[in-house]
Write a protein that binds this ligand. Structure first.
Ligand code: FES
Ligand code: FES
Length: 153
């Protein structure tokens, strides 16, 4: 058993694992009860499991726990609070940019990462930034409206 220390939503934490290749997604959901990060495909293809690692979007289903060691991980729970939501979270609420909501936390995390690298993206840049995240409900129009709203906030 090895212990992996990292920062999670602003706190210093450590996770124990027998397997250095255990996906960070499983650790987040099972050891830290952070269920906002979703298991979609488990293959790095849908983006439902997106978190921030040192401010960059990362697919937690494809990120082994040993790669999280020493890094700063942010999940949807750490992005904002109900009292003080992140501007992307507020914009998704305002634009009602969800149907079933399964893709939503991944969409919000990838949008937050986009705005960290490009403060004022064009619509085309927003489309490119979110292109790897799938929404099975077809909510893309409202999601893009929310990203553009957040960018102008
Ligand atoms: S669950 Fe990670 S990309 Fe689909
Ligand atoms: S809102 Fe259902 S998958 Fe996107």
């Amino acid at each position: 058993m090895a212990t992996y220390a990292f920062r999670l939503n602003g706190r210093a934490v450590s996770a124990d694992s027998w397997d250095p290749s255990q996906p960070l997604l499983y650790v987040l959901r099972n050891q830290f009860d952070l269920h906002g990060t979703k298991f979609g495909c488990g293959l790095g293809q849908c983006g439902a499991c997106t978190v921030l690692m040192d401010g960059t979007a990362a697919r937690s289903c494809m990120t082994p726990i040993n790669r999280a060691a020493g890094r700063a991980v942010t999940t949807i729970e750490g992005l904002g609070t109900p009292q003080s939501p992140h501007r992307v979270q507020s914009a998704f609420t305002t634009e009602q940019a969800a149907q079933c909501g399964y893709c939503t936390s991944g969409m919000i995390m990838v949008a937050a990462a986009l705005l960290l690298r490009t403060a004022k993206p064009t619509l085309e840049q927003a489309k490119q930034g979110l292109a790897g995240n799938l929404c099975r409900c077809g909510t893309h129009t409202r999601i893009l409206r929310a990203v553009m709203r957040a960018a102008s906030a």
